[in-house]
Design a protein around this ligand. Structure first.
Ligand code: ADP
Ligand code: ASP
Ligand code: MG
Length: 417
């Protein structure tokens, strides 16, 4: 069996769903189809959550827009009218009930209960459309099968319990196609969790691992993994093959094309990852394996935006290395802040992190008695793998560089955005 994953950049309208159905229909073997929320639905649901929490009364309008968007897709796919509505009505009502009856208290918990609906709606529509196209398909609620801990918004998979459920529920003796949600899971107590933004690729890799898939294909709006985001640098080239290691380095540095956590479950079982074009399915894409054939090494450019650069100095001038360092890192982890770059000197440490203001403010409040903190908001982290002098010049010319770090294979710059 294979696992296919379709993201919101590809599946954003009725034409996208028809294309998805066409792609899966030519597949001869068993298939698990992992789908993200349509288009930018997750962002829109974050908007609903925020206005619901601030009680400004506008959350209903936001939700109506999301409903209309899904209804218009469903109605286009399932004429005559009424049928499309039936598919999504029930789960929209459930979310409305939640928003009406619950008084939000825990941001991360409420986030997962609310924002997870994007994947529920998309998969209900996709599964129904595939069935209507005559394919033997079943919709699976992954919240009951991918069991996680209670770390809301960044949940960890409980592998043993989940593997058992997943192997049971994806029963290819009954169906050849299964459609399920990326990004979301559920606790043992039945609460919904999410695996972190952009996490559908990760879900697909987890299922590929648990089901011993032959390969995972992620279908994207690009021809494969390129040596730069084409929305950033023109003339980027496709990487025909790459190693798991290279893919981890690239995605951890911020290449948005695949979620960084995707690689490990695949590498552990030597399952090939193929990144392919949703627009041009006959094209070859990029093959990620343990032993790639590398014809030429290109510099690979990665831009991670919306960063904060924090400099911490112990007020008593003690050395940063040693106890200070471990304490600082424990606090970053404990506050759920991911560290993207670290540079330490004798009595100061620079850390580049994602701009999540709430979390960073909470952390700085904890450190303020012992450390002075300086920080720059709105900075970018630029990385080049396999750098050359020309490649550095290409992306740093005219930029104000706040920090530079070089290893043998990678150079990183923190620059003003
Ligand atoms: P989806 O959510 O549909 O799976 P994403 O939007 O998360 O897709 O990822 C695809 C996008 O990743 C592309 O549209 C492209 O702009 C961006 N991207 C960033 N870096 C790269 C890269 N090195 N190669 C290809 N695409 C990249
Ligand atoms: N829908 C989720 C998000 O936008 C997960 C994903 O797309 O991978 O973050
Ligand atoms: Mg994505």
């Amino acid at each position: 069996m294979k696992v296919f994953k379709f993201g919101g950049a590809s599946v954003k309208d009725a034409a996208g769903i028809r294309n998805l159905a066409k792609i899966v229909s030519v597949e001869k073997g068993n298939l698990v189809i992992v789908v993200s929320a349509f288009g930018k639905t997750t962002n829109a649901l974050e908007g609903v959550l925020n206005s619901w929490q601030s009680a400004d009364g506008s959350y209903n309008d936001h939700l109506e827009n999301i409903y209309d968007y899904h209804l218009s897709i469903a109605e286009e796919l399932f004429p005559p009218s009424g049928e499309g509505r039936n598919i999504i009505e029930g789960s929209f009502s459930k979310l409305k009930d939640y928003l009406r009856s619950v008084k939000g208290t825990e941001y991360d918990f409420d986030y997962d209960q609310i924002v997870s609906y994007g994947e529920v709606w998309s998969t209900l529509i996709v599964a129904e459309y595939i069935k209507k196209s005559g394919l033997p398909a079943e919709w699976i609620d992954i919240r009951e099968n991918l069991i996680t801990d209670e770390r809301y918004r960044d949940a960890n998979i409980l592998w043993d319990e989940s593997t058992e459920c997943v192997r049971k529920v994806f029963d290819f003796n009954s169906f050849r196609y299964f459609v399920t949600q990326g990004f979301i899971g559920g606790t043992k107590n039945g609460h919904t969790t999410t695996l972190g933004r952009e996490g559908s690729d990760y879900t697909a890799a987890i299922l590929a691992n648990m089901l011993d898939a032959e390969c995972l294909i992620v279908w994207k709006d690009v021809p494969g993994v390129l040596n730069a985001d084409p929305k950033w640098l023109p003339g980027s080239e496709k990487l025909e093959e790459m190693s798991y290691r290279e893919a981890v380095e690239m995605t951890f540095s911020g290449a948005k094309v695949i979620h960084p956590k995707t690689i490990k479950p695949l590498q552990n079982k030597n399952i090939p990852l193929i990144v392919k074009s949703f627009i041009d399915p006959a094209e070859k894409g990029t093959l990620v394996t343990a032993d790639p054939i590398l014809r030429k090494i290109l510099p690979v450019f990665i831009r991670k935006r919306n960063q904060i650069l924090i400099t911490l100095l112990p007020k008593d001038f003690s050395f940063v290395m040693g106890d200070n360092l471990s304490r600082i890192f424990n606090l970053f982890t404990g506050n759920g802040i991911k560290v993207n770059l670290v540079e330490a000197s004798a009595v100061s440490i620079d850390v580049c992190v994602d701009d999540e203001k709430r979390k960073v403010d909470a952390l700085l409040a904890l450190l303020k008695d012992e450390y002075s903190a300086i920080y720059n908001e709105n900075v970018e982290m630029l990385s080049i793998r396999h750098y050359t002098p020309e490649s550095i010049e290409r992306i740093t010319a005219g930029k104000e560089i706040l920090l530079e770090q070089r290893t043998r294979s990678t150079v990183r710059f923190v620059v003003k955005g």
